[in-house]
Design a protein around this ligand. Sequence first.
Ligand code: AN7
Length: 386
Amino acid sequence: MTDNTDTAAGKFRPRYTGLIERYRNYLPIADNARVISLGEGNTPLIKLNNIPRVHGLDVDWYVKYEGLNPTASFKDRGMTVAVTQAVDEGSQAIICASTGNTSASAAAYAARAGIRAFVLIPDGKIAMGKLAQAMMHGAIVIQIKGNFDKGLALVREVADEVPVKIVNSINPYRLQGQKTIAFEIVEELGRAPDYHCLPVGNAGNITAHWIGYSEYAGVTDATAACTHCDGQCPYADKALISQRPKMLGYQASGAAPFIRGAMVDSPETVATAIRIGHPQSWDYAWSASRESGGWFDEFSDEEILKTQLMLAEQEGIFCEPASAVSVAGALRDLQNGKIPAGSTIVCTLTGHGLKDPDTAIRQSSADVVTVEAELSQVKQAITKSL
Ligand code: AN7
């Protein structure tokens, strides 16, 4: 764990240089590989104070604020490992299909590495911040007249024909990087939470979380999705925790294949990050859910936006709509007793609210008033709200 000792007392701590260097022994990266990092990981685990109090809930409830990664989503954890490996293998170009965040992250890490990024995005269906990132980092942006699932199918096909490395989460190095979120949580809590709640789209992240918790528990049943385990957890004799969390995966109702029990052909939701109907890590996610004793549930767009606003207004935490699903899920399951009182819960807030300013401004309840640039009018605007 990072030593947070007071520098005024003359103590210093080493510069944080990203999760590959921190978790090298747990990652399948060659010792001499050039590490492509932007200092990802090491995100704050923030305890919710006001939401539990307002709802009268007895709970130890945290959010892991992944919006504070370098490109403002959890994707950076996977991208540092996938791009480091791709470069080490000699790749000159990477490619992904994306609902937005993967494209932003791929673009940034490719820029950092000095290689080319190609990103396929659904025409008109990604948040503006994410598009701006992909463009600014110099990716070749290919908008397709089709959704994410179609984009990923095309990426798989084209990668067979041209020399580009896929960096979607079907690339196992992505999940290896993303598993480190579980490591950080365990190190800070001194244990695993009882419940871990997160949004599910392509289902890579729930799989990665489960691998991380399983490795820190030294358990082998999650290793099917691992690339370097051969069905035997290499950390079995180094177990740090004896209990893993129940994994709770939440989806938007219009894009909820795990609730329907079948793929969804035309997914639709305001939470465009998780507008995915054919999740690639379908089997792994079901395994994580079953092995952990967890469950899946769904939320309407209205509930998702309401929760996003609640987090912003009541806790000062701005996440994107998709991320808010995790908190909506925890709240509902606490209220209906599926999560018992006294539990320790972590929700992954997967992306920053600034990614999607249009949706935020559209639903914000803030009172924006325009007045003359005069003391009396400014004073009046203030006193009427005091
Ligand atoms: C904020 O960027 O799939 O279940 O192409 O951006 O691992 O897919 C984004 C997914 C949750 C779902 N929250 O994670 C993409 C992409 C946010 C996201 C998810 C995404 P997975």
